[in-house]
Design a protein around this ligand. Structure first.
Ligand code: FES
Length: 116
């Protein structure tokens, strides 16, 4: 797993509807942040591994999301495609701290570079 450079506050968990998502645009990626019916939060890159579908616009059910374009189902916990489909959506670290959702960005996502 890539090292986390920084944790970004993306607001109260209550701002994400249950069984819904919001997105976070970083320097390099758009991240989909999902909230489940049981108030867990997960994050994946907002780019389906099949044909780049916007996973944030998918349907959240249990701890899974169904891509809005061709209905592939991905685990929110692992990013892995379910059933007979192959593929894995890129997982992004995400947690709730005192009611606030935090997303862990890698150095590249944070858009930071080391000099020299
Ligand atoms: S783009 Fe997601 S299933 Fe095809």
């Amino acid at each position: 797993m890539t090292d986390i450079l920084s944790w970004i506050d993306v607001g109260p968990v209550a701002n994400i509807p249950r069984q819904g998502a919001r997105t976070l645009q970083t320097e390099t990626d758009r991240i989909a942040i999902f909230r489940t019916l049981d108030d867990q939060v997960y994050a994946l890159l907002d780019r389906c591994p099949h044909k780049q579908g916007p996973l944030a616009q998918g349907i959240v059910h249990g701890h899974f999301v169904t891509c809005p374009l061709h209905n592939m189902v991905f685990s929110l916990e692992t990013g892995e495609a379910q059933g007979p489909d192959d593929g894995c959506a890129a997982k992004v670290e995400c947690k709730i701290v005192n009611g606030t959702v935090r997303v862990g960005l890698t150095e590249l996502q944070a858009g930071l570079r080391h000099a020299g």
